[in-house]
Write a protein that binds this ligand. Structure first.
Ligand SMILES: Nc1ncnc2c1ncn2[C@@H]1O[C@H](COP(=O)(O)OP(=O)(O)O)[C@@H](O)[C@H]1O
Ligand SMILES: [Mg+2]
Length: 236
């Protein structure tokens, strides 16, 4: 990367320690990581190595203890909370490991949320939400509540919600964990398209070796550190 190429995400010496009273857990022990514009970065590593913590810091959901993490040149840690909420709502789409859908809202309403937060009128928001649901193969399930959907369908609603407001950074925690091979493949093709065509950036935590080939680079974590960053799963 030359000096002019813009980083979408730039983490420098990011440290996060969970203090649960007695025990201190060093979840991130000084992370350096750069994700470029237009790049799909995967993050892999054993359970408990700090993947969810790292993407939560990147997305501004969790504050690190030290170090800096800039997203499109902005340091979220030092933003006022109202400014940070606005920045996140506009620029970041996040797919939670447990989906985090609102149980009393149907699929269209869940997917509309980021647009509503950004001030889009309800009718327009719901139309756009229905379009993205169509793209993830759920065109006919817009009126279904989360409880009426399978795990895989709920996961695709969560993915649609992360894409609907056309964010510049999309952060996904195990986005194919509940999907069969073909559906997972289709979802990854959609995510890949978003990354490349619109000059966005994606960071995807995954255990799913079947989707490694969609990555531009793969960062391997272990015990709160980035062990290595490679161009292909063969180099892991
Ligand atoms: N809220 C929390 N309170 C205390 N410890 C936590 C908390 N969240 C995660 N941890 C611990 O931090 C470490 C990293 O967790 P996590 O980021 O969830 O890893 P991964 O996503 O790679 O499985 C683990 O040891 C985990 O037990
Ligand atoms: Mg995790």
């Amino acid at each position: 990367m030359d000096g002019l190429a813009k980083a979408a995400v730039s983490c420098k010496n990011v440290v996060k320690v969970y203090d649960t009273g007695g025990d201190k857990v060093v979840a991130l022990g000084g992370i350096d990581l750069e994700i470029c514009m237009g790049e799909l970065m995967m993050l892999v590593g054993p359970s408990g190595c700090g993947k969810t913590t790292l993407i939560s810091v990147i997305a501004g959901i969790l504050d690190q203890d030290s170090g800096s993490c800039e997203v499109f040149g902005k340091d979220l840690l030092h933003m006022r909370s109202s400014e940070k909420l606005k920045f996140r709502a506009k620029n970041i789409g996040f797919v939670f490991q447990a989906f985090n859908l609102l149980p009393s809202l149907n699929a269209v309403e869940n997917v509309s949320i980021p647009l509503i937060i950004n001030g889009v009128k309800r009718q327009t928001a719901e139309r756009q939400a229905a379009n993205v649901l169509e793209q993830v193969g759920l065109g006919t399930r817009g009126k279904s509540l989360p409880s009426q959907l399978s795990g895989g369908q709920q996961q695709r609603v969560a993915i649609a919600r992360a894409l609907v407001h056309d964010p510049r950074l999309i952060v996904c925690d195990e986005p194919t964990s509940a999907l069969d091979h073909e559906t997972g493949h289709n979802v990854m093709e959609l995510l890949r398209q978003v990354a490349l065509h619109r000059d966005r950036a994606l960071v995807i935590v995954t255990h799913d070796a079947r989707i490694f080939s969609f990555a531009d680079r793969i960062a391997q974590m272990d015990d709160g550190h980035i062990e290595k960053v490679v161009d292909s799963a063969e180099d892991l």
